[in-house]
Design a protein around this ligand. Sequence first.
Ligand SMILES: *Cc1c(COP(=O)(O)O)cnc(C)c1O
Length: 364
Amino acid sequence: MAAAPLSFALERNAGPVAVADRAKLLADPGFGRVFTDHMAVVRYTEGKGWHDARITARKPLMLDPAAAVLHYAQEIFEGLKAYKLADGSFAMFRPDANARRFNASADRLAMPQIPEETFLESIRQLVRVDRDWFPTVEGGSLYIRPFMFASEVFLGVKPSSEYLYIVILSPVGGYFKSGAPAVSLWISQNYTRAAPGGTGAAKCGGNYASSLVAQAEASKHGCDQVVFLDAAEHKWIEELGGMNVFFVFEDGSIQTPPLSGTILPGITRDSLMTLARAEGLTVREQPYSIDQWRADAKSGKVTEAFACGTAAVVTPIGRVKSPEGEFVMGSGGPGQTTMRIKQKLVDIQRGVAPDTNGWVHKID
Ligand SMILES: *Cc1c(COP(=O)(O)O)cnc(C)c1O
């Protein structure tokens, strides 16, 4: 892993988006629909390793219809953000943790690891080239999406011998369209996200594919997100489709389900636990059952709950619904502890508060 990072050849986009059009997009980008002029690409071939690293024009890919990813879903991804600091410079939040998680996902999906330094360099170079794409909307950031997929042309079932690693950038505003102060959750009774021995701890597209039907069920019941329970007992709260979950108790302590192999180890989750402990809060990583949550919400023992992840940061949970009925967290709106630790995290990410943990990586 100590190999020197690849250097990225720069091929500028000859037909970038016009400045006036870009300005219009950046004023109201939404989430995940606007993309910048360039992408980073690195190829992997068995026997040769990683090679052909480039920053090039973002454009559609040419894929053979027999490319392995289209059939067997050998694909992983990451999600992180570049922020603009108070002094106008750019910074990433804990990108080294994303690099390590990317390689852990690669291991699980029988894919090659990419040197951490190449992963980090691909992002730094791309953000530098597309720095004029930073959104102008309040609270905006550049969402960074590294991903890797099997590109070998072969229908046999085996780990691919060729891969493409790509990074694209998407200027983003808020994640939830509604801008609602709190989200509602649907308890999935019919579907699970991950099982012991499965891929729940890996960030792979397949996990999302299998969660969509549950998400559609949530929408049908007027809820924003699904909360998944464990596969074995259908009792223990695991996480949402793409976010980890926390509970705040009346004694001020906070709790989140433990990383048991079926939960995605969120970097936001880890950061919030560190910040809460530094504040002197008691933080537990302990299983919590759906029946206990319902009872604790009704008795007032649990006063707040929130979801967290890079895309949505920290999002208060307001209502929780299932065929057995509905319960409300506190007043149904954002809770005080939730909003305080959210602010703490956001202030560090944006360079407003001191970064005592070495989490903020500047891009010069
Ligand atoms: C990415 C992701 C999260 C959040 O991870 P962060 O590192 O905090 O962005 C949580 N759950 C799932 C299923 C995810 O894919």
